[in-house]
Design a protein around this ligand. Structure first.
Ligand SMILES: [Zn+2]
Length: 443
């Protein structure tokens, strides 16, 4: 971790959402700190959600615009870095501590880009229940003029800026922003670093979606990546893994108790966050309130058909990312310390269970080839909903035009996905048997 980066971001106010009355804040006391992350890429801290600034030949690009009341200070901070105009603005989601400067920037010529649901929610009078706050519709001049459904890539200066919608997470319109060349990832409010993550129920948020955002982030980062959370100090891969583990564990505990038929009050009383409270439970979102939120989000009936379609598209894209057997992503997952085994999971760890699984479930789509396993070893790691297995085996291989099986040595890597009913299903396997190699779908 770049300690300078951590220290500089660390001292800033945790979240607009901590301020129950925005009017009560003394805006004159706000200061914006500019922290360089890479050539031409900075994070501006202190004026709402963490703002990213990218300077290209063409002008400046901002990710988020802070509060309405802090935009002058933010633009002054931009001017201290570059005299180029702010031409492009990306809103990571609709919340007022991320879009408050939109109108002022649009007036001076910035083009504002956001997910289509962000524009929709900004266009309406809304109420955010958890903080009991009315949020009036934004003025027309503050609304994003370019919207998209799933993702968009901007090419600015020498940078590639990937904007990726992560559905039903903190809200229904969060986008994480990946500066691929600088190796910087902005996680927006899917991550409140230093506290349990706020979930905006009225705006379609869920803990599952937050976990999926982290699953995706784990496939995008390496140990050099600088990660900007929506609120809180700058972070790195180790922080990302630690927080991801907490999210998955708490989600699975709450879900398991809910399946057992425990009530909301009983689940809160069972303290499913207990060991995490000293680290993440000291903010305005206390552990009981947060567990209640997690429960309510699970208890909510299905989101709109629009959201469900977005979730389906995300899962398809995410599965491809996770299952590409990309060495980088796999390395990140394999280096997890120990096994994260959600409560209530079937026993898939260990040779016997894995063999049973193979015998029950494993066959190719065509039935033209199969693996009968005589493993030398199988190593299984479970990370959230995913299990990764590797091993060496003697394979019986049936060639397509021959019914004569023959045996040879192979190495395999298999990815399993936990199903809603708790069973595991092989999503993809890759194996290498001499020259027969490469990932093969087995669904
Ligand atoms: Zn937010």
């Amino acid at each position: 971790m770049n300690t300078m980066y951590r220290r500089m971001i660390c001292t800033y106010l945790i979240g607009a959402w901590a301020v129950t009355s925005v009017q009560a804040q003394d805006w004159s006391k706000v200061t914006i700190r500019t922290v360089p992350l890479a050539d031409n890429l900075y994070v501006l801290v202190g004026g709402g959600g963490n703002v990213a600034l990218l300077v290209g030949e063409e002008g400046a690009l901002l990710v988020d615009t802070g509060y309405e009341q802090t935009i002058e200070k933010i633009t002054a901070a931009v001017k201290a870095v570059t005299d180029k105009p702010i031409r492009l603005v990306v809103n990571t989601h609709w919340h007022f501590d991320h879009v408050g400067g939109n109108e002022a920037l649009a007036k001076s010529g910035s083009v504002i880009i956001a997910h289509e649901n962000a524009r929709k929610l900004m266009s309406e009078d809304r109420h955010v229940a958890v903080i009991d706050t009315d949020v009036p519709a934004s003025p027309a001049g503050a609304l994003p003029v370019v919207t998209f459904a799933d993702s968009m890539t901007l090419h600015w200066g020498n940078e590639e800026v990937r904007i990726i919608h992560v559905p039903a997470a903190h809200t229904d319109n969060d986008c994480i922003v990946h500066f691929t060349k600088s190796n910087v990832l902005h996680m927006t409010d899917t991550w409140f670093n230093g506290m349990f993550p706020f979930i905006d129920l009225n705006a379609g948020g869920s803990l599952d979606g937050v976990v999926h955002a982290f699953d995706l982030a784990l496939t995008l980062v390496d140990d050099k990546t600088k990660i900007i959370p929506g609120h809180g100090p700058g972070a790195d891969l180790a922080d990302l893994r630690e927080y991801h583990g907490m999210l998955v564990t708490v989600r699975d505990r709450v879900r398991a108790m809910k399946v057992e038929g425990k009530t909301r009050d009983e689940i809160i009383a069972a303290k499913p966050t207990k060991e995490y409270d000293p680290k993440w439970g000291k903010s305005w979102l206390d552990p009981d309130t947060w567990v209640g939120l997690v429960y309510d989000a699970m208890n909510r009936s299905a989101t709109s058909s629009n959201d469900l379609e977005a979730i389906k598209r995300f899962r398809a894209a995410h599965d491809r990312a996770a299952l590409a057997l990309d060495a980088h992503a796999m390395a990140a997952l394999w280096s997890e310390d120990g096994i994260i085994l959600p409560p209530g999971s079937p026993p898939v760890v260990g040779k016997e269970a894995v063999e049973r699984f193979l015998n029950d479930n494993y066959s190719s789509a065509e039935g033209a080839r199969y693996i009968r396993n005589k493993h030398d070893y199988i190593d299984t790691r479970i990370v959230g909903e995913w299990a990764f297995e590797s091993g060496a085996f003697d394979a019986a291989w049936m060639a397509g035009d021959s019914d004569e099986p023959f045996t040879m040595r192979g190495n395999m890597l298999r990815v399993l996905r936990r199903q809603p009913d708790g069973t595991w299903r092989c999503a993809r396997a890759a194996w290498n048997i001499h020259d027969q190699s490469g990932p093969t779908d087995t669904d």
